[in-house]
Design a protein around this ligand. Structure first.
Ligand SMILES: [Zn+2]
Length: 283
């Protein structure tokens, strides 16, 4: 079970490993916390008044396409997008948005889904949210809270029979070493790198990078990932940075998606190459 903040996050984080697991017969559910109602249009070709006026419905349709491409089940938690707070100082979050719902309350529908679908593995964002969108931080908070509460009969007694997922992971694919490796390879091929400026401003944090425990090989599924990304036409510019690095170079240089094992109720050898290590093949 992947818990994500907005429609499109499931395609930009962990999508290739998802496609691989689905192919191998794993039942994967994507849980989407909000409808992405306050997302901006990030693809100039879709920046039209008729699109902006129907953002909720269009993003719902985009999510359905991505869901079918990835071969997952998808569930909405039904919270309202907080939007990206633009400005310095940041403006207050809009009333009623996901970011303002108390974590204890916002975790309840997720606990209910975990107890209903009984996943063995749960993934979410790290405590920084992967990037500091208030919905990503809240997504992290409710995922950790629900992972801890779902197996406890004393917690949320009206939300179904207790079920304890065995492993909790954070996504770590946007790590600096990966970006540096891709950047170097692109330059070596005589191409322009989309990451030059980003890398220059990205402080080195070896301790943060060392938190990666698990690298899932999924280069064969980068094409599926790209199709799923493109399904989110309002959010993903087909001529933008997502596709600026030729896929062959990505497969060659960094053919994995990377995760951090945060909690485990089974024994597994670190480093791992499989989110199900210790579950399918007892260590
Ligand atoms: Zn998001």
């Amino acid at each position: 079970m992947h818990v994500h903040a907005h429609p499109d996050d499931e395609s930009s984080k962990g999508a290739a490993s998802t496609a691989r697991y689905v192919t191998e017969g794993v039942e994967v559910t994507v849980v989407t916390c909000t409808g992405g109602e306050r997302g901006s249009i990030l693809n100039p070709k879709m920046d039209r008044p008729d699109v902006l006026a129907n953002m909720s419905e269009i993003r719902r349709q985009e999510m359905e396409r991505a869901r079918d491409i990835l071969g997952v089940r998808q569930e909405w938690l039904g919270f309202v997008d907080s939007g990206w707070p633009d400005g310095d100082p940041k403006p207050p979050l809009p009333e009623g948005c996901f970011g303002l719902v108390p974590t204890e309350e916002a975790a309840e529908p997720l606990v209910r889904l975990i107890r209903e679908l009984r996943p063995h593995v749960l993934t979410t964002y790290d405590e920084r949210g992967g990037y500091p969108h208030p919905d990503h931080i809240k997504c992290h908070e409710i995922s950790v809270a629900a992972f801890e509460a779902a197996g406890d009969p004393e917690r949320y007694p009206d939300a179904g029979e207790p079920w304890q997922p065995l492993k909790l992971y954070y996504h770590h694919s946007f790590n600096r070493p990966r970006m540096q490796a891709l950047h170097d390879a692109v330059l070596a091929h005589g191409l322009e790198s989309p990451w030059a400026e980003r890398l220059e401003n990205w402080e080195r944090e070896p301790e943060w990078d060392a938190r990666i425990t698990t690298k899932v090989a999924c280069g064969d599924y980068f094409g599926v990932r790209d199709q799923a990304l493109l399904a989110h036409a309002t959010q993903i510019d087909p001529d933008g940075f997502w596709f600026a690095i030729p896929r062959e170079i990505q497969v060659d240089v960094w053919p994995t998606e990377d995760y951090e094992l945060v909690v485990s109720h089974v024994a597994s050898q670190i480093p791992e190459d499989d989110l199900f290590a210790g579950i399918l093949d007892p260590a």
